[in-house]
Write a protein of this length. Structure first.
Length: 419
């Protein structure tokens, strides 16, 4: 019979009594949201700086999209390892290590002098920062599933959504008074704050008795087992293609609004914040309704709304229906509609995908994130292939992501009905 662990060790690895099943205190939701926000913070805050990066790093117009693709690729690679690490060593230690790497990568970005070293440091920062995107989802899964899990996930999205509202505006303000490098010094401070918060305040929601010690081969086999489960696979693809849509917008919006529609960096940041507000609003309406209507119905409604918005955007852009004087409004309204619709898809599809994977929530969350950001990186690469001269490329790449999400949903329905 194995010896009992020391009392201090038990206290450290037992789920705190305050975390009752199906609930989570507000302070913890705020903390998890802030940790999860490492992704949108590091993506959105430097979008207004794309033209300045093109000039400063000497790689020509549009080269900044390479750095965005490097960031997305790092998130995909990093998340692949973060889940098994959190299933083996608990939730706190991998978060500490990951956020420390993110901080170091952000320092590297701040001192880079060419596009390739900058891209390498962006990749490194993403590998570390991916811990902040994987592990909070697993913590939610440790505490709650089903409609209650979707409600907590939507509350998490509220906190997470504040950062996309503020980040581009903050980036624009930094550019108004200082060099683009200060954007990454701000990211460095964010990383340091995250490390301190995890070290001194975050409880570990995975008891030692539930931790899994797996070899690399066993990790790969577990990933294959999770991926073969249809509910996980098709809901993860829905999340992934929704992210494809978001990243088409992220990659294309600096071109569309700063170069085509001639927005200043602060004006672009404010506009970006408005669209993020509608995304937040969608997640919060979802949180209010999901316990009565259900996760699947809410997700389906979000997909329908997303599809209609993308079709309207393509129609307006390709036909010139709005005329030369109405192009700005006709572009903004469908994009805002798109962002609001996405708030009903991600939280529900994520909870459904992770619902059957309590024993390896970290691995399932990591695999979901890897698929999600692999598709996001593909979206960024697709945007980089187009000339930065019109709104049409962004509209078409958005439509491709929407079609992918709908195909995944149709596959989900066929499996569910046995068709």
């Amino acid at each position: 019979m194995p010896a009992a662990p020391p009392q201090a060790e038990i206290a450290e690895t037992t789920v705190p009594a305050a975390l009752k099943p199906g609930s989570m205190p507000v302070w913890l939701i705020v903390m998890l949201g802030a940790l999860s926000a490492v992704g949108p913070l590091s993506t959105d805050m430097y979008l207004p700086a794309f033209p300045k990066l093109d000039e400063a790093l000497g790689a020509g117009p549009g080269s900044s999209q390479i750095t965005l693709a490097a960031w997305f690729a790092g998130l995909a690679v990093g998340q692949f390892s973060q889940g098994p690490a959190s299933d083996r060593w608990g939730r706190r230690r991998p978060l500490l290590f990951g956020m420390a790497i993110y901080t170091a990568g952000s320092i590297g970005c701040a001192v880079s002098h060419d596009i390739w070293s900058f891209s390498v440091f962006r990749f490194v920062a993403a590998v570390g920062g991916s811990a902040g995107m994987v592990i909070p989802r697993a913590i939610v899964r440790d505490v709650a599933t089903g409609n209650q899990g979707a409600r907590i996930m939507s509350q998490l999205m509220l906190v997470l959504g504040v950062v996309p509202v503020l980040a581009p505006t903050l980036g624009g303000l930094v550019l108004a008074v200082a060099s683009w490098r200060w954007i990454f010094w701000v990211a460095t401070l964010y990383g340091i704050g995250s490390v301190l918060a995890v070290r001194f305040a975050l409880p570990d929601t995975l008891p030692r008795a539930m931790r899994l010690r797996l070899s690399p081969v066993e990790v790969l086999l577990r990933y294959l087992l999770i991926l073969r489960e249809p509910v996980f696979l098709f809901n993860t693809l829905i999340v992934g293609f929704s992210t494809f849509v978001v990243f088409a917008y992220l990659s294309g919006s600096p071109v569309v609004f700063e170069r085509v529609l001639h927005f200043s960096p602060p004006a672009f940041g404010a506009l970006f914040g408005v669209n993020a507000f509608f995304y937040i609003a969608g997640t919060q309406v979802n949180a209010r309704l999901v316990t009565r209507i259900g996760t699947v119905r809410m997700m389906t409604a979000g997909l329908l709304s997303l599809t209609l918005a993308s079709l309207v955007l393509v129609l307006v852009v390709t036909t010139g229906l709005a005329g030369p004087h109405g192009v700005l409004l006709a572009t903004l309204l469908p994009i805002t509609w798109l962002m609001g619709s996405l708030g009903f898809i991600g939280p529900n599809a994520t909870v459904i995908a992770l619902g059957a994977h309590a024993r390896h929530a970290g691995s399932a969350s990591a695999l979901l994130g890897t698929v999600q950001f692999s598709l996001g990186a593909a979206s960024g690469v697709a945007m980089g292939l187009f000339q930065a001269v019109s709104i049409l490329p962004m509209a078409l790449v958005v439509l491709a992501g929407v079609l992918g999400a709908n195909l995944a949903n149709q596959a989900r329905l066929r499996v569910r009905t046995g068709g």
